[in-house]
Design a protein around this ligand. Structure first.
Ligand code: NAD
Length: 257
């Protein structure tokens, strides 16, 4: 499986799943464009280290995925886009009647609207290049729900819907669009939920991981960023040409329950 010569743009890729996906795409030969809103020296250094490790081209482009214009500009600044991975995402946990409106708006913008903007900008580029893959990192919460995650669940269900529409609008072209729905992966996003959950249930860290998080995941193991990257590489391969408009769960059986 080689993606040599393809250019992949991965939103929100300076940590966690996005970085793991970027590394696996680079391992498969793709040139990669990393993104976040931070623009630190270490973000550029990450791109340089991927270029060196895998012998591909890699660069970092700053763009805030809460801003539609910056989402579209990311595709332009990438200098080509054969593979688009919409991964940027944030989380906030709160009952609906206490949910801060600014958090609701930010989650909808970063987790859902950014994918609309980047996809809108990338499809003409893919059409001009005669090939394309859009991979949206949704969530098990794009297929199921949990209390207190209203914005996240709504956004991720929206991502699954957007995935289907994108697939239908490109069905007769050599372009596919699919969503990956991860269960729990131990990234900074999940780490950030652990202290509050420890306080809420008066549990230690390991107990929270075992009894609250992995209780929901029948494999009782976290998925890894490498596994998410490998699934993305598969969806970008020729073997997946007829796979479009679907969701692939990488969730240890969560959504089978
Ligand atoms: P993470 O916090 O490690 O990564 C989030 C990424 O998004 C970071 O690179 C961050 O810089 C970027 N980001 C945040 N706000 C941004 C903005 N305004 N503009 C540009 N980039 C921004 O978390 P993660 O777990 O790797 O999450 C990645 C994706 O996977 C998210 O969409 C998340 O919803 C999804 N996901 C994660 C899990 C999990 O268990 N970790 C499960 C299901 C889905």
């Amino acid at each position: 499986m080689t993606l040599k010569g393809k250019t992949a743009v991965i939103t929100g890729s300076n940590s966690g799943i996005g970085l793991g996906v970027a590394r696996e795409l680079a391992r498969a030969g793709a040139n990669v464009v990393l993104n976040s809103f931070t623009d630190r020296d270490e973000d550029h250094a990450l791109a340089a280290s991927i270029a060196e490790e895998f012998g591909v081209e890699a660069k970092y482009v700053k763009a805030d995925m809460s801003n539609g214009d910056e989402c579209r500009a990311l595709i332009e600044k990438a200098g080509g886009c054969d593979i688009l991975v919409n991964n940027a995402g944030i989380q906030h946990v709160s009952p609906i009647d206490e949910f801060p409106v600014d958090k609701w708006n930010a989650i909808l913008a970063i987790n859902l609207s950014s994918a609309f903007h980047t996809t809108a900008a990338a499809l003409p580029v893919m059409r001009a290049r005669g090939w394309g893959r859009v991979v949206n990192i949704a969530s098990a919460h794009g297929l199921t729900a949990s209390p207190y995650k209203s914005a996240y669940v709504a956004a991720k269900h929206g991502v699954v819907g957007l995935t289907k529409v994108t697939a239908l609008e490109t069905a007769e072209e050599p372009i596919t669009c699919n969503a990956i729905c991860p269960g729990y992966v131990l990234t900074p996003l999940v780490e950030a939920q652990i202290p509050d959950t420890m306080a809420k249930y008066n549990m230690g860290r390991e107990e929270v991981i075992k009894k609250v998080m992995l209780e929901r995941q029948p494999s009782r193991e976290f998925a890894t960023v490498e596994q998410l990257g490998g699934t993305t590489v598969f969806l970008c391969s020729d073997a997946a040409q007829q796979i479009t408009g679907t969701t692939i769960s990488v969730d240890g059986g969560w959504t089978a329950l």
